[in-house]
Design a protein. Structure first.
Lengths: 308, 368
């Protein structure tokens, strides 16, 4: 028991914030998509391909920031694809997203073998350097937790705030929410419903892309098979738990990020077999979903919008 | 006499006409699926070309591996078997409006439960031991379906997320069991072999094709019958089509959804049991290369109808068995199979995309 308590350290919270980052990015991505009435179950796959693209671009250019750029672009492209399939061609949103997820797993494993001759993992690449925020890092405890991270962690915090402002404090946000809640009315009011949907699902993919880039470039500095490990789905749960609100989603993501960090610590301790510890984030996700829903009312009308 | 011949001639002509118009109708109905498959192979060919492989060589080796000789055909059907189970699992839940994307996990727990019964008893007669192990597989899979089902029906937890999460849990829990308490001595993460009395017979030596495929085919018939001819099947479909209308018509949505997802999980679990009892004769960690996902693709390509599932499962079984040969002969990574599978799903997801492509490609007459 003493050993278990020893796990709860400042370092654990630092790790928790780190592991929150990919989930929160994807979760914010989920919000942008669902706010315009498109379920993005493909977040998982978008993250995975972006994680791969980030490492591949870094591998060839030597610059991890170009990797991040590639990840965001690829994420946006996949978002556009999902939007095309579900908005223009009125395809089933879940089927399209699942297709993207399976594609991601197969494509990254395939390309990993083509590029590096290994299905399991890529070669190591130059990862993103950590930065320390002056002053902030000197505050006791808090400074240890949030003072020194890769820039993507700070970007995630900024985008969380930005998402809230854009969605709820600007005319653009009003339009986005109108498209999701009542597309016909939005159309009558002169809002381009389709364009809004395309843009938001692309943003969704780009945010998932940032999450993927964090996993591969900000965390491990390599690509590993299936490295997202269901975080796209966990991000969706965080989005629901957070009631489709950016701060809520961030808070829920932190819960899952904490579970992830705890899981890693417990593994390092070796008290329990790793397989048992690895189930923690997934069981927590199911438990959270079971605990919050009924109260969680989706903000959108998910029916495909067909112009009269 | 001439009169009679003429009559016969006209009759035959009429029969043929009807046959061909029926054929045309059927073909038109499955056309989107066929085009989706072709489009996926075409897109896959582009991936192969861009990565420096010859699509003709790769697909050629795949086809020869899958259908080139009796052994290949046997292996194709061996690979198709678990896919039939998982496809039926996806289909059954889907008919009630639920997306069970956790068939992979249900298959794993079902397989493990069957292995457990297989190794725990000795000296039982086969006609007792085999059904016991199969039942254990179905029960375990059903339980794995029951959890998301009750969470969905009582609390509204989204089954897409919960079934997926439980798949991870199943993967790790069976991984734990096969690495610790039930690990056979040696390097490989596997259980000891099941008792011979729990084995499903191999029906096409030397291939691994086992009697599990017979169970799969029976299950296809049962699924079709249940959905089309029973009150329960009608209720399930009514819930899937319009839950509100079904409820006001006196159907219990809660009960229907729970049962549908439990049956769905049980079918996937039975598929896992079939693999363990017929093919591997023990539980080996990672024995499923993704049969759960194959099932999803097959259910969709099969037009969400049990008989279509049977045909599509053979195609995907061929991809798996031929894929291994392709990898051995040409060095193309096996994951191209997953890429093809995903592309098929994406093309099937949006029939309107296919219609659009056909129109653009000048095949207007096909797209009506």
């Amino acid at each position: 028991m003493v050993e278990l308590l020893d796990v709860i350290t400042v370092g654990l919270f630092t790790a928790a914030l780190r592991m929150t980052t990919p989930i929160a990015f994807a979760s914010l991505g989920g919000i942008f998509s669902e706010r315009v009435g498109i379920i993005n179950i493909g977040l998982e796959g978008m993250m995975l391909i972006s994680a791969f693209a980030g490492v591949a671009a870094t591998y060839f250019s030597g610059n991890p920031w170009l990797g991040v750029l590639a990840a965001v672009l690829v994420g946006g492209l996949l978002g556009l694809f999902h939007a095309l399939l579900t908005v223009k061609f009125v395809g089933n949103q879940i089927v399209s997203g699942t297709g993207i997820n399976i594609f991601a797993l197969g494509f990254t494993a395939y390309m990993s073998q083509v590029l590096w001759g290994s299905r399991g993992a890529s070669e190591s690449v130059q990862g993103l350097e950590v930065v320390s925020i002056p002053l902030l890092k000197d505050i006791p405890i808090i400074g240890d937790i949030i003072g020194t991270h890769t820039p993507l962690v700070y970007l995630m915090l900024i985008i969380t705030v930005l998402s809230y402002v854009v969605l709820f404090k600007t005319p653009i946000g009003l339009r986005i929410r109108a498209v999701g809640e009542h597309p016909a009315a939005a159309d009558t009011a002169g809002i381009d419903v389709f364009k809004t949907k395309y843009l938001c699902v692309m943003v969704s993919g780009m945010l998932a892309g940032l999450g993927g880039a964090f996993l591969s470039l900000g965390h491990l500095s390599l690509f590993a098979w299936g490295m997202t490990g269901g975080r796209g789905f966990i991000a969706m749960a965080a989005m629901i738990f957070g009631n489709w609100m950016p701060f809520g989603a961030f808070g829920a993501s932190f819960l899952f990020g904490f579970a992830d960090a705890l899981q890693m610590r417990l593994q390092a301790l070796g008290l329990l077999p790793p397989q048992i510890i690895l189930t923690i984030p997934y069981i927590l996700t199911v438990a959270v979903l079971a605990g919050v829903v009924r109260k969680a009312i989706p903000p959108s009308n998910y029916k495909p919008y067909v112009k009269e | 006499m001439a009169e009679k011949t003429r009559e016969q001639y006209l009759e035959t002509k009429e029969l043929l006409r009807r046959f061909f118009s029926r054929l045309e109708l059927e073909l038109r109905r499955i056309l989107p699926q066929i085009i989706a498959i072709l489009a996926a192979f075409l897109a896959g060919a582009i991936v192969l070309l861009l990565t420096g492989y010859s699509p003709i060589e790769a697909y050629g080796a795949l086809m020869r591996g899958a259908f080139g000789d009796a052994f290949g055909v046997g292996q194709t059907f061996t690979q198709a078997t678990p896919i039939i189970f998982t496809a039926l699992a996806f289909l059954f839940a889907f008919k009630s409006g639920l997306f069970n994307i956790g068939a992979e996990g249900q298959l794993l727990v079902g397989g493990f439960a069957a292995a457990l019964v297989g190794i725990s008893f000795d000296g039982l007669p086969s006609f007792v031991h085999v059904p016991m192990a199969l039942l254990a597989g179905a029960l375990a899979g059903g339980l794995w379906g029951f959890i998301p089902a009750i969470l969905k029906a009582k609390l509204g937890a989204h089954e897409v997320i919960t079934t997926m999460m439980l798949s991870y849990v199943a993967f790790y829990v069976t991984g734990y069991l096969v690495n610790y308490p039930y690990k056979a001595p040696g390097w490989v993460s596997q259980t000891p072999p099941i008792a011979p009395s729990a084995e499903l017979p191999r029906i096409l030596q030397p291939t691994q094709l086992s009697a599990s495929i017979l169970i799969a085919v029976i299950l296809v018939g049962l699924t079709h019958y249940t959905l089309q001819k029973t009150t329960f099947g009608y209720e399930v479909r009514a819930i899937g089509l319009n839950p509100a209308a079904a409820e006001s018509g006196g159907i219990s949505i809660t009960r229907g959804m729970i049962l549908a997802l439990v049956i769905s999980g049980a079918m996937a679990g039975l598929g896992g049991a079939g693999e363990v009892m017929g093919v591997h004769r023990r539980f080996i960690e990672g024995f499923s290369p993704g049969y759960g996902w194959d099932g999803l693709a097959v259910a969709l390509v099969g037009g969400l109808n049990p008989v279509g599932v049977l045909l599509a499962a053979v195609l995907f079984g061929a991809l798996r068995s031929g894929g291994m040969v392709m990898t051995r002969v040409t060095g193309v990574p096996l994951d191209i199979v997953s890429i093809l599978q995903a592309l098929v799903i994406l093309f099937v997801a949006a029939p309107m995309l296919i219609r659009y492509l056909l129109k653009r490609g000048g095949f207007k007459w096909l797209s009506s």
